[in-house]
Design a protein around this ligand. Structure first.
Ligand code: ADP
Length: 508
């Protein structure tokens, strides 16, 4: 489904954001324009009402003049020039309210050219007006204006300006202090046309920006996601059988480049582990095959003909030796597997390495004597947190190696050093040494530097691998230094245990 694709999701979000922003912007512009236009129109209406008001009250722009009953005017009529009069049908105006007025008089009003110019024209955008007398008689109205304009309702003595929409027109009206009503209006159709033009323009511009934004967004997401696609393609090409493949990226320093680097490192580690695993399986099979072959051939030889009891005994002893060798090997393999999968006994405790070393030396003295090797010690107390059986296992392994790979009359020195919070156990021998080229692989499983000697003695090449795994699992380090025919030094470094808290006795 395309909705699961990051690119489409980004695109949908971008579209949503753009639509929100553009509609917000468009609506704001549209609304502002509408309000401005209406305000301008209201201002124009107000100006015109004020101008007419001055005329009706007798201000500077007005020209009121009396007319006698005999002087028959044209009656209420449209004044293209903006002038208006009160014709014969107009009722008398009541008590005098301004200069030149008399009750019952007929009025003729002529607008100044400036005021008249405010109402010129009969096009849809032209302003119109109507004036009613205090007694609600229509005194005049602009030519070309709508004929159905009705007198707005009077609100007591309210003389403030009112504006509102009536039908398709915007109108403003005001009752003068004399009681006349002046109404000025204008059709809203031109404004609505302008608004709809603006709306279409905004829609077109918004659509353009949206299309542009979405295509830009599509290009950008395509560019941004390309490395991810490269990574997933490369990752899918990498399988158990093809772990040498790596992800190549043109921009190694950005986030995706760094991700590719991390994945490549992981693949490298996986490749190493896979290869080690393969090697280990092959080595283990090879190591197991030899004693099994010995067992089978021994049994076949014995069964090929009748044997004397002493021959049977000898053969059975060989089988027993081989079976014991097989058991040692499987025990070591099991031990290694347990150590590497961190299946440790959890009973770690505070152990003094000097005591454990002394104990191990005592246990190996018979073997050393048998091999004519002298065991020496330089033991300083120092405590580490470790499983003591595991520590014994490490020391027995290193010490027995020191005895095995030694020369007659040689020495093995065990030292424990407690320095700057670290505890070192050093096993130094004066034996045959390890060739320099073998040193880097000395801790590998099944690796034997002196193959003929080790194999002949039934040694599997697993001891140092097990030691290293145990030491590292306990947060320590195991290192080796060796010189051929001079001797070898193994150094185990552990973080020391925190000093014991002192018991402070408070006097009663
Ligand atoms: P092994 O059971 O064969 O001794 P280890 O893992 O203990 O297996 O040792 C690996 C190899 O390292 C040995 O086969 C031997 O060649 C070499 N080695 C280990 N310790 C010493 C030592 N103290 N002096 C010389 N060579 C040693």
């Amino acid at each position: 489904m395309f909705t699961h694709s990051i690119r489409w999701r980004l695109q949908l979000w971008l579209a949503f954001l753009l639509v929100c922003v553009l509609s917000g912007f468009g609506l704001t512009v549209y609304q502002l324009q509408r309000i401005t236009q209406l305000n301008q129109l209201d201002e124009a209406l107000k100006r015109r009402v004020a101008a007419l008001n001055l005329t009706v009250r007798g201000g500077p722009m007005m020209e009121f003049f009396r007319r006698s009953d005999t002087d028959k005017g044209p009656g209420p009529r449209d004044f293209p020039s903006g002038g208006f009069n009160s014709g014969s049908r107009e009722r008398p105006y009541g008590p005098p309210h301004g200069p030149g007025f008399m009750p019952g008089e007929k009025r003729e009003v002529r607008l100044s050219p400036e005021t008249a110019a405010l109402f010129s024209g009969s096009q849809p955008g032209a302003f119109y007006f109507s004036v009613w007398s205090r007694d609600s008689n229509l005194l005049a109205r602009a030519a070309g204006g709508p004929t159905n304009v009705s007198l707005p309702p009077r609100m007591g003595r309210d003389t403030s300006l009112h504006a509102g929409i009536r039908g398709k027109n915007r109108e403003a009206y005001q009752f003068t202090e004399l009681g006349d009503c002046i109404l000025v209006g204008r059709s809203l159709i031109p404004d609505w046309d302008a608004e709809s033009r603006l709306a279409w323009m905004l829609l077109a511009a918004g659509g353009g920006v949206l299309a542009l934004g979405l295509s830009g967004g599509w290009l950008l997401t395509t560019r941004a996601i390309r490395p991810v696609e490269e990574i997933s393609a490369a990752a899918s090409r990498i399988s158990a059988g093809n772990l040498s493949e790596r992800i190549t990226t043109s921009e190694p320093n950005n986030e995706l480049g760094r991700l590719a680097g991390i994945l490549n490192n992981t693949f490298s580690r996986l490749e190493t582990v896979f290869n080690q695993q393969k090697q280990f399986t092959a080595d283990a099979a090879h190591e197991l095959r030899t004693p099994i072959s010995v067992l089978i051939s021994e049994a076949q030889v014995m069964l090929s003909r009748e044997r004397t009891p002493s021959e049977y005994k000898e053969s059975l002893e060989t089988c027993l030796d081989t079976a014991q060798q097989l058991r040692r090997l499987t025990d070591s393999l099991l031990e290694l597997a347990r150590t590497e999968s961190n299946q440790f006994d959890s009973d770690r405790s505070r152990v003094d390495v000097s005591e454990v070393a002394r104990d191990c030396v005592e246990r190996l003295k018979p073997l050393a004597a048998e091999r004519n090797v002298v065991l020496k010690t330089e033991l300083n107390p120092g405590e580490v947190i470790i499983n003591s059986d595991r520590l014994v296992q490490i020391l027995i392994n290193l010490l027995s190696n020191g005895i095995h790979y030694n020369k007659p009359g040689g020495e093995v020195l065990v030292k424990t050093v407690n320095e700057t919070g670290k505890i070192s156990i050093i096993v130094q021998d004066t034996g045959i040494g390890i060739p320099e080229e073998d040193l880097p692989r000395i801790f590998d499983r099944f690796y034997r530097a002196d193959k003929s000697r080790s194999r002949a003695e039934g040694r599997a090449g697993l001891g140092l691998a097990i030691c290293k795994a145990i030491v590292e699992a306990d947060g320590g380090e195991l290192s080796v230094e060796s010189k051929l025919n001079v001797g070898t030094t193994f150094k185990v470094l552990f973080p020391g245990a925190a000093p014991r808290a002192r018991n402070i006795q408070v006097a009663p």
